[in-house]
Write a protein that binds this ligand. Structure first.
Ligand code: 6GU
Length: 225
């Protein structure tokens, strides 16, 4: 999978892809992430990227021309399966959408800022608009990093068997069960006996019960019998 992220704050994305699982995915050649500085596609002398909103009101709007130039330059190089715009008024991201998008080969992610982008960008170039939750961030960069992380870890070969995405919270509409590691007792707090029993079937049953209980308690909205 190749991800091209378009942003006016590229520095914000310097580090999230340079560690741990995401770095390893790139080292193994399973994912490529490129960050493009929108400023390099600015048109006028001032390198302007935003302007006042027609009709007035507070907040600047990102102009169409630099974005068009950047997206067009990318599309001239290869085909893209999806051009995603990160915006708090998009569809809310969930594991199902991540599973679906993780199958794409090339995607562009456009990060919004200020009061957003000129509507004509959305009409002409964007195939999907995604929000990461009902709260407002100062820009789409951190949301783009969240989406990219969620997609890359689902690419086959990125996670080892032990860390398989199949046992994640949400993958089957169940939250993950509690986990423990050594020591077996700490300041009087004990690891549940069943986990020390070595009885694989009982452990599996216990984990499932715990997952069901947690999901009913914390996320009745996603719980299905
Ligand atoms: Cl995608 N962008 C911004 N600016 N805020 C958000 C968001 C995106 N998702 C939730 N809040």
């Amino acid at each position: 999978m190749r991800i091209d992220i378009i942003t006016c704050l590229p520095r914000l994305l310097d580090s999230p892809f340079s560690h741990s699982i995401l770095q390893r995915a790139q080292d193994k050649g399973l994912a490529e992430v490129y960050v493009h500085d929108l400023r390099e596609y600015a048109v006028n002398r001032k390198k302007q990227l935003d302007d006042y909103a027609y009709g007035g009101g507070a907040g600047m709007v990102m102009m169409i021309e630099p974005i068009d130039r950047c997206i067009s330059a990318l599309k001239a190089e290869r085909e893209y399966d999806e051009v995603i715009y990160m915006t708090p008024d998009g569809e809310q991201l969930n594991q199902g959408t991540c599973n679906e998008l993780s199958l794409r080969k090339n995607i562009i992610i456009l990060c919004g800022h200020y009061k957003g982008v000129d509507q004509r960008v959305r009409d002409a170039f964007i195939t999907r608009e995604i929000s990461i939750g009902d709260y407002v961030l100062s820009g789409g960069e951190l949301a783009a990093a969240v989406l990219s992380d969620a997609l890359i870890r689902l690419i086959p070969g990125v996670l080892s068997d032990e860390t398989s995405a199949l046992t994640d919270s949400f993958q089957d509409n169940l939250l993950a069960p509690p986990v423990y590691t050594r020591p077996a007792e700490y300041n009087g707090m004990k690891v549940p006996d069943v986990l020390l029993s070595g009885h694989a079937a009982k452990i599996e049953e216990w984990r499932h019960e715990q997952a069901v209980e947690r999901t009913k308690q914390r996320r009745p909205d996603i719980f299905k019998e």
